[in-house]
Ligand binder design. Structure first.
Ligand SMILES: Cc1cc2nc3c(=O)[nH]c(=O)nc-3n(C[C@H](O)[C@H](O)[C@H](O)COP(=O)(O)O)c2cc1C
Length: 217
């Protein structure tokens, strides 16, 4: 594999200080809408979530954004998974959206809190039945001998719940990332990319003022 010559120029857009809204959620909403509108851009809601385990080892994985508003970024998962264990130990996370078709990335850091169980139940009940069964069948992040065992569990649950509503498993629900930092990155000519950081001491990000700084590329 020859990777030395794999590169491209970033020339689609620019980000200038005088274009920036005071509130980073507004800029996020603009960029997110553009990512969703972009043809051939699979999974614009997908983001990488980084957490840190009790031993200091970082772990990352992709999850899907299911809600964003002035209170933060919501995703759903299994609370006993690796990420759930990491967050129980250290409720800080880093989120990364890569919208490479637009030559953009957004980095978000903040505190993570569990959604209340009613909100999780509401979302769970809106999911397709197959996904609901999957959430019951999988002890996410634990080892299992074979796929057959997993499918057998799924089919067993399918018959156990036949004709009934499927309740949300106790160990499954949402998390909200409440940001204290956003970084917006727009690829630029000559590798002189535009990077702007928004910081907020108060985790009540919706109402407190954000300090904006430009970072060197
Ligand atoms: C496109 C995509 C979307 C995903 N969405 C989710 C999600 O919303 N929630 C989730 O728990 N896992 C999701 N996964 C699976 C995770 O990446 C990961 O494998 C799983 O959550 C276990 O992670 P952990 O062992 O680090 O806790 C998704 C994977 C991909 C590739």
């Amino acid at each position: 594999m020859k990777l030395h010559d794999e590169r491209r120029d970033y020339e689609q857009g620019q980000l200038r200080r005088n274009q920036l809204p005071q509130n980073p959620f507004e800029l996020f909403a603009d960029w997110f809408t553009q990512a969703q509108a972009q043809a051939n851009s699979p999974d614009p809601t997908a983001f990488t979530l980084a957490t840190v385990g009790a031993d200091g080892q970082p772990h990352q994985r992709i999850v899907l954004l299911k809600q964003v508003d002035a209170t933060g970024f919501v995703f759903f998962t299994n609370y006993t998974s690796q990420k759930g264990q990491d967050l129980a130990h250290n409720p800080l996370a880093s989120v990364h959206f890569a919208w490479l078709g637009l030559e953009r990335q957004v980095r978000i850091e903040g505190r993570v809190e569990k959604l209340d169980s009613t909100a999780s139940e509401n979302y769970f009940s809106s999911r397709p039945r197959g996904s609901q069964l999957g959430a019951h069948a999988s002890e996410q992040s634990r080892t299992i001998e074979s796929r057959e065992q997993l499918e057998a569990r799924y089919h067993q649950l399918n018959s156990d719940f036949a004709g009934k509503d499927i309740p949300k498993p106790e160990h499954w629900g949402g998390y909200r990332v409440v940001p204290s930092l956003f970084e917006f990155w727009q690829g630029g000519r000559y590798r002189l990319h535009d990077r702007f950081c928004y910081r907020c001491d108060n985790s009540l990000a919706a109402t407190s003022p954000w300090r904006i700084t430009r970072l060197q590329p």
